[in-house]
Ligand binder design. Structure first.
Ligand SMILES: Nc1ncnc2c1ncn2[C@@H]1O[C@H](COP(=O)(O)OP(=O)(O)OP(=O)(O)O)[C@@H](O)[C@H]1O
Ligand SMILES: [Mg+2]
Length: 279
């Protein structure tokens, strides 16, 4: 309440990056998961985060909207420091859309009801307005004809698109995606990526953890490669995916881009299996 800068568009916030992370550290007990992360996402920018399992990608995303509390460092979202102890975090979270691997739809509510419930409870929109916005967003993700369907009547890819539409219905200033397609059957991945591509084209600010290298190459303005809780390198997709300058990045990409090798590589640490797929 005392922090006037949490207001949308309040002094200077317009010029601030969408996300700014400085010296971010996170430990779970003895385990240091993030060990000094510095990066920022500009407004309208699409940044993809890639890296091996356990490298801290989800933790990084969760620190941005304080689902995890950082151990040290500063996180600023659109000019509001979320790590400020006095911040109104609910207010900041309202500006951030989050899409996870699991869709977390309410099974007893229709697609449209899943889209209107938070609008009505959090944004206090009346039913007609919430339904109008909900329907428009179902259209936007290609599911205009599924308003009355229940989650169990939808494919995984459709459910994930409902989850994206739900996030969009809250008018987010930026969207965080944590492996939104990794729980889907391969034939359903394309529709979800197409929706995300459309959002990027419309100028949405997006921070996306993904293993979809073709998506990262095509859509990302910047790719961040993480390993062991640090950013190993970041740059354009051409730089990081096309011509990585670090051995760890090359090893990771070889595993991801060659599924046969990945079967061996993913379960092992950076040891023998990693070298085996080196070119
Ligand atoms: N709540 C928690 N308590 C304890 N350890 C945790 C917790 N959350 C994450 N970790 C640990 O932190 C490390 C990083 O996890 P994180 O989920 O950020 O990795 P990731 O890069 O997203 O991996 P994946 O690609 O498998 O999703 C892992 O070793 C994980 O076990
Ligand atoms: Mg993860």
């Amino acid at each position: 309440m005392s922090d006037v800068t949490t207001d949308r568009g309040a002094g200077g916030a317009e010029d601030a990056p969408a996300i700014d992370v400085r010296g971010l550290r996170k430990a779970f007990g003895e385990l240091e998961v993030l060990r000094g992360i510095d990066f920022s996402v500009g407004r309208g920018e699409v940044v993809c985060v890639i890296g091996p399992s356990g490298s801290g990608k989800s933790t990084l995303l969760r620190c941005v909207n304080l689902l995890e509390e950082p151990s040290a460092g500063r996180v600023t979202v659109a000019g509001t420091e979320v790590t400020d102890p006095d911040v109104d975090i609910d207010r900041v979270r309202r500006r951030i859309g989050m899409v996870f691997q699991s869709f977390n739809l309410f099974p007893h509510l229709t697609a449209l009801e899943n889209l209107t419930i938070a609008q009505r409870r959090v944004l206090r929109r009346g039913r007609p307005e919430a339904e109008r916005i909900g329907r428009a967003n179902l259209e936007r993700v290609g599911l205009g004809d599924k308003a009355t369907a229940y989650p169990a009547q939808l494919s995984g890819g459709q459910q994930q698109r409902v989850a994206i539409a739900r996030a969009l219905s809250m008018d987010p200033e930026l969207m965080l995606f944590d492996e939104p397609t990794s729980a889907l059957d391969p034939e359903l991945v394309g529709d979800v990526l197409a929706v995300m591509r459309g959002l990027a084209r419309d100028g949405m600010t997006m921070l996306v953890v993904t293993h979809e290298m073709s998506f990262a190459r095509e859509v990302a303005d910047r790719v961040v490669f993480m390993d062991g809780g640090v950013i190993v390198e970041q740059g354009t997709p051409e730089q990081v995916v096309g011509a990585p300058s670090h051995e760890r990045t090359r090893t990771f990409l070889a595993r991801v881009l060659d599924p046969a090798a990945a079967e061996v590589g993913e379960v092992a640490d950076d040891g023998a299996a990693g070298r085996r797929v080196d070119r």
